[in-house]
Design a binder for this molecule. Structure first.
Ligand SMILES: Cc1cc2nc3c(=O)[nH]c(=O)nc-3n(C[C@H](O)[C@H](O)[C@H](O)COP(=O)(O)OP(=O)(O)OC[C@H]3O[C@@H](n4cnc5c(N)ncnc54)[C@H](O)[C@@H]3O)c2cc1C
Length: 455
């Protein structure tokens, strides 16, 4: 066991995984979480009930040895089931490769499994109801408030790592030294928020709609999605403008909501017997992108996960990117163990460019899911991509590079993927995929990649 004590602020998905990995490396880990213990009482997890877990996240779970355990409680989603307003529903696979899929997992279930695994280590102490108020970032000393008694207390360690999410108190303390750290910060809210509803299990058990798909009801300026849960239900999320004639702020009576759903989502209503009650019970959440730099201060304090890069959820990558942070941090620690300043600065410089890229890709995907997935040019392009993925081992669409190729950093996947998209969309504007010579298309793709050091 090492002598050094590491203080981690926030026992959400990223913090608990990080604590677990550092415990495996022999560090003493104190994990402080503002909420109560979700394994003993229901605590509001605050965000989406289920999440799409994909290869980058799975890679990190593999490092700590719990990938298979988690996969056992996931539902594979092999593609999108699109439900357009005027036409029949259709299925669009995520990849032309049979094995590729993403996984629907319960946020709470995943967090609890991580907590259990971390808690089993003697060198991990988890403090619940322990809210970080501020951090003395130069001296790795944090002030916490006991949320039950109101008492304030201080803890110090060799380093403090903030994994306390988008509203990070640790980041806030770094921002207290903006000029000294040359701290850059940006926060951009979407004009859309989200609200969760439910499709309950079918009577007698089972799923009312296709189980192994992520469902989308695209409607131009708004959309609904649904991800399956193990109990046969689906978590349904409305992504919807806050303002406007049909915005959240105007859908303020049961009559208005009912009229809106009957007009826009008539085929969904029979699956959601309680949607009107749920609409008024469930809160509207905000969606935003946070970018900042640096992520570290004085080799004593570091932020990671949503604390350093909150992104909108439309690529299903926020948690995956946060888990990947832990895996990359671990690789860097392996190389530079003993010099926290070096570990922190190498880590932040490896990650910031990549998390900025996934933040931008997630915004792009918002528009794609909302108003392109049922566009004829886009559908032809996806069809061509599927065929290329089936016929050419070496072809990966932008979505596949981001989701199924963790060996491609996000920034590289974005650059190559965007160029490929432009080329294929151009080719599909006037042509059916069947009319194109695929060998020639692939030659163009390879030419394009040569300009990038594709690897
Ligand atoms: C609607 C929605 C859908 C999403 N879907 C997906 C998806 O499908 N796939 C995906 O990969 N990502 C998804 N995400 C993103 C994902 O939720 C986040 O990226 C992920 O939760 C980040 O993990 P984190 O541990 O960094 O932060 P969080 O999950 O926010 O955890 C932070 C933890 O710190 C605690 N905390 C906060 N402040 C303090 C404090 N002052 N002191 C002590 N503790 C504190 C919190 O209670 C919490 O436990 C989605 C997000 C949203 C909003």
């Amino acid at each position: 066991m090492k002598d050094e004590k590491i203080i981690i602020v926030g026992a959400g998905l990223c913090g608990t995984l990080l604590g677990l990995r550092l415990a495996q490396r022999g560090y003493k880990v104190d994990l402080h979480e503002r909420r109560g213990d979700m394994r003993l009482q229901h605590v509001d997890a605050g965000r989406s009930i289920n999440l799409a877990l994909s290869d980058r996240g799975l890679n990190a779970l593999d490092k700590v040895g719990i990938k298979e355990q988690i996969l056992n409680v996931c539902i594979p989603m092999k593609g999108r089931m699109i439900h357009p307003a005027e036409e029949d529903s259709f299925y669009s696979p995520y990849s032309g490769r049979e094995k590729d899929h993403i996984n629907s997992v319960s946020r709470e279930g995943l967090n609890m499994a991580l907590l259990d695994t971390a808690d089993a280590f003697d060198n991990v102490k988890i403090f619940f109801n322990s809210k970080c108020e501020s951090v003395d970032i130069e001296n790795a000393r944090a002030t916490f408030r006991n949320m039950k008694t109101g008492e304030l207390y201080e803890e110090s360690g060799s380093i403090v790592i903030g994994t306390d999410g988008a509203g990070s108190a640790v980041r806030q303390s770094m921002m207290g030294k903006t000029t000294e750290l040359l701290f850059n910060y940006s926060q951009n809210f979407l004009r859309h928020g989200y609200k969760e509803l439910t499709i309950p299990p079918a009577e007698g058990g089972g799923w009312r709609i296709e189980k192994n798909a992520l469902h989308i009801w695209p409607r131009g300026s708004f959309m609904i999605i649904a991800l399956p849960n193990l109990d046969g239900s689906f978590t349904v999320t409305m992504f919807h403008p806050f303002k406007g004639p049909n915005g959240f702020d105007n859908l303020d009576s049961k009559e208005k909501v009912k009229a809106f759903f009957e007009k826009e989502f008539p085929t969904l209503i029979p699956y959601m017997p309680n949607y009107l009650e749920e609409y008024f019970e469930n809160p509207v959440g905000t969606l935003g992108t946070i970018k900042c730099y640096p992520w570290q201060a004085y080799g004593k304090t570091l932020i990671m996960g949503d604390a350093s890069h909150a992104i909108v959820p439309f690529y299903g990558q926020g948690m995956n990117a946060s888990f990947e942070d832990v895996a990359v941090f671990d690789d860097v620690l392996e190389k530079h163990e003993g010099d926290w300043g070096k570990v922190f600065s190498v880590f932040q410089d490896m990650r910031a460019e990549n998390t900025n890229a996934i933040a931008d890709l997630a915004i792009d995907n918002f528009y794609e899911m909302r108003d392109k997935v049922d566009d004829p040019d886009f559908i032809r392009k996806r069809k061509l991509e599927m065929q290329l993925e089936q016929n050419y081992q070496n072809y990966y669409s932008k979505y596949s590079l981001v989701t199924f190729r963790p060996d491609f950093p996000y920034a590289k996947a974005m650059k190559i993927g965007r160029k490929q998209d432009e080329l294929l969309l151009d080719l599909c504007t006037d042509h059916e995929p069947e009319d194109l010579n695929q060998d020639e298309v692939m030659e163009k793709i390879l030419d394009l990649r040569n300009t990038f050091n594709y690897g």
